[in-house]
Design a protein around this ligand. Sequence first.
Ligand SMILES: Cc1cc2nc3c(=O)[nH]c(=O)nc-3n(C[C@H](O)[C@H](O)[C@H](O)COP(=O)(O)OP(=O)(O)OC[C@H]3O[C@@H](n4cnc5c(N)ncnc54)[C@H](O)[C@@H]3O)c2cc1C
Length: 388
Amino acid sequence: MKQDYEYIVLGLGGFGSAAAYWLARRQGGDVLGLEQFELGHVRGESQDHSRIIRLSYHARHYVELAKHAFTAWHEVEGEAGEQLVLRTGGLDLGPRVSVIPLTTYSESMDAAGVRYEHLDAGEIMRRWPHWRLSEDIHGLFQDQGGIAMAARGNAAHVRMARQHGATLLDRTPVDSIRHLDGEVEVIAGGHAYRARRLIVTAGAWSNRILQHVEINLPLRVTKEQVTYFSAVRLADFQPERFPVWIWMDDPCFYGFPVFGEPGPKVGQDAGGQEVTADTRTFDVDEPARDRVVKFLERYLPSALGPVLYTKTCLYTLTPDRDFVIDTVPGRPEIAVAIGGGHGFKFASLVGRILSELAIDGRTPHDLSEFRLDRPILQMENPPINYMV
Ligand SMILES: Cc1cc2nc3c(=O)[nH]c(=O)nc-3n(C[C@H](O)[C@H](O)[C@H](O)COP(=O)(O)OP(=O)(O)OC[C@H]3O[C@@H](n4cnc5c(N)ncnc54)[C@H](O)[C@@H]3O)c2cc1C
């Protein structure tokens, strides 16, 4: 079997499958992807029917990046011949006095020239009568928001990477990486592979790989969960009638219309316990689910119904929740991306950016906020702020 490649992608979740696709689209058969589990497994961060995609963000650079994220998905849809993003509109709502003020979102959209509507509680309930809101609640509605079809998107990236000639190996854990004469050697499944460029998209396992290049990031891995509820009137929660939404306060909740399962999906953002990727369980966090139920009882009671199921998943959190998208300082042959628990909407774009870093050594996108050597990532006990 071929053991020398131009490009190796380590980890084939959301980011890695996208990187393999964008690399193979330009470089064909010189791409090797290595995944420790089966492709599409549920032990990482990227597997479910849906993830929220939105232009609405707390900082302008994310809004600008999100515009390109939509474009990247659109290009992939064109080649895949299937829909991967479903527009439902996106509603950000919460108390006027909140730890996540909506003004940061409206200001960054203003700066980026993105249209949105500012709605008071009455108008929100007029448009979507299932909400039960008091007068102190307000919201922003951005009509391009919607669903990134996660499992379908990953499968499309994998399928098309292979069609372009990439070799993608599942059940092939990478044990170590090392520099060799300006290249990288990767030991996996008892074989040594060499490449000119390595892309590390290892999610919750990132530090285990990065230790081989003397990097240990202050990441926290948490076990998060989402619950599908069998709402009584499913028609009220169809995507054409009910948008994706985020409750902008601490605790922060979010939800989806009916998509992939016969019931709306709701979760709490960053509400899970700290775990490790290897020792985590798949058990339901009952107190966390109770918090979601109590929220729905109060604000969105008709979404409640018997629980269909609760699905667990991992977040890999940087202390500031900003991504890592960078090459290793002093080692331009190794690029890294970590999603900070909100990365899926950008997955195809991040894959494209990583392919540009690997092939061209540069990208047109401004990655200055996502540097590996930013001060907060050098601290042993950095201040943490997940509510952004
Ligand atoms: C419940 C939940 C809800 C979310 N909601 C949203 C949302 O609404 N919108 C949004 O944009 N984002 C959301 N996110 C975040 C988003 O899903 C993640 O940021 C994104 O999927 C990260 O993808 P990844 O490729 O970095 O990680 P993963 O998909 O976990 O991929 C990493 C891969 O690397 C592999 N790997 C690791 N080490 C090795 C090794 N040594 N050898 C071989 N393979 C290895 C792993 O097995 C894994 O497959 C959510 C996440 C969760 C958990």
